[in-house]
Each structure stands twice: as structure tokens, then as C-alpha cells.
Design a protein around this ligand. Structure first.
Ligand code: ADP
Length: 194
């Protein structure tokens, strides 16, 4: 099984790269942001609760996220090549929970890919996306809050993966295609060691 965490600040291109990786390696794409937006669109209790947090740029509580992702892993673990986790884990507690979930059926995380993008470019991209995404959190005030939460709560996840030898940075790329080529090389290296 190939199990990958795609990590990075809001606007770093996690969703875009996930789609490309999924096609090439035939993985199941699990985006916690997409799952939450789906709950919101369906007007569920979880969706209503999550909306109050997401629209202010805050994180949704760990226990809710872990329950949601655990159910999705259970649904697909028997019939897929592996998973790509997009926007998850966002806290060290979530990262620990992911290891435990994978270990519960004898699997491991292959690697964590950290998409490194300069902050001014992140803001520019998110504002541009806001023009068409109609996402409640793609406006300047909430973008600033999301970046602050990323620095304070999510960045410690990097140390967690560094300390367990699964961290890989993807940097110095400009185009979507360039990022993807780097990612493919890193995945191939982690699979075959060349
Ligand atoms: P982005 O990376 O652009 O912020 P996402 O779709 O990954 O977009 O997340 C949007 C919002 O959904 C986050 O700001 C947060 O409020 C919530 N969210 C998504 N994933 C998680 C998670 N793993 N833990 C807590 N909250 C999450």
C-alpha cells in the first residue's frame, strides 16, 4: 500500500497535486476539507457545527475529524492501492491517530510531502481562488487567520514526521507540472530507493 500525507499551508496546492497523484498511482483521495464542505452542503449537524469554525478560519476539533477519516479508511481499506490524505493531519494529535489507524490493519504511512510555498504567493492564490470558489473562508481576513493557525497549530506536525523519518520537502518549484515531477521522483525514490 502507498499511503501519503500531502501537507502544506492553505493555498499551497494540496488539492491540485492530490488529483494528479491519485490518477498516476490509483489511490483513494481523502480530503477532510472536502468532507466537511460536503457535510455543510447537506446541512447536517456536523456541517452546521463545522461551518461556524471554518468560516472564521479555525480548525474543527480533532475527535470529530479523526472519527470522520477513520470511517472513510474503513470503507476503502480492503479494495485500494493506498490513500492520499489531503488537509489531514493538521495537528500532532491527528498525526498520531493516523499512525494508529493504519497500524490497526498492519499498514504504515509511506511518506509526508510538504509543499513549500512563499507566504505572499499563498495569499495571492487564495484571494484569486476566492473570486470563483465561493468558499466562505477565501477572503483576506479569514486567510490571515488560517495562516496563523497553520503556523501555530499545524506546523508542529512537520517535526513529528521529521522525527520519525517520513518527512520530505517539495520546494523551489514554480509550476503545477514542476511540483508534480518532483513529487513523482520523491514517491518513486521512497518506493524503490532510486
Ligand atoms: P485549505 O488547506 O485551503 O485551508 P482545506 O479544505 O484543507 O483547505 O480546509 C478548509 C478548512 O476546513 C480548514 O481551515 C479547517 O477549518 C477545516 N479542516 C479541514 N481539515 C481539517 C483537519 N484535518 N482538522 C481540523 N480542521 C480541518
Amino acid at each position: 500500500m502507498l499511503n501519503i500525507v500531502i501537507f502544506g499551508a492553505p493555498g499551497s496546492g494540496k488539492g491540485t497535486q492530490s488529483e494528479l497523484i491519485v490518477k498516476k498511482y490509483n489511490l483513494v483521495h481523502l480530503s477532510t476539507g472536502d468532507m466537511l464542505r460536503d457535510e455543510i452542503a447537506r446541512g447536517t449537524d456536523i456541517g452546521r457545527f463545522a461551518d461556524t469554525l471554518i468560516s472564521k478560519g479555525n480548525l474543527v476539533p480533532d475527535d470529530l475529524i479523526i472519527k470522520m477519516i477513520s470511517a472513510k479508511i474503513d470503507e476503502r481499506k480492503g479494495d485500494c492501492n493506498g490513500f492520499i490524505f489531503d488537509g489531514f493531519p493538521r495537528t500532532v494529535a491527528q498525526a498520531e491517530a493516523l499512525d494508529a489507524l493504519l497500524a490497526s490493519f498492519g499498514k504504515k504511512l509511506t511518506l509526508m510531502l510538504d509543499l513549500r510555498v512563499e507566504e505572499p504567493l499563498l495569499v495571492e492564490r487564495l484571494l484569486k481562488r476566492g473570486e470563483t470558489s465561493h468558499r466562505a473562508d477565501d477572503n483576506l481576513e479569514v486567510i490571515k487567520k488560517r495562516l496563523q493557525v497553520y503556523h501555530e497549530v499545524t506546523m508542529p506536525v512537520i517535526e513529528f514526521y521529521k522525527s520519525t523519518g517520513r518527512y520530505v520537502a517539495v520546494e523551489n518549484c514554480t509550476t503545477v507540472e514542476e511540483y508534480f515531477q518532483s513529487i513523482v521522483q520523491l514517491i518513486e525514490f521512497s518506493i524503490c530507493g532510486f
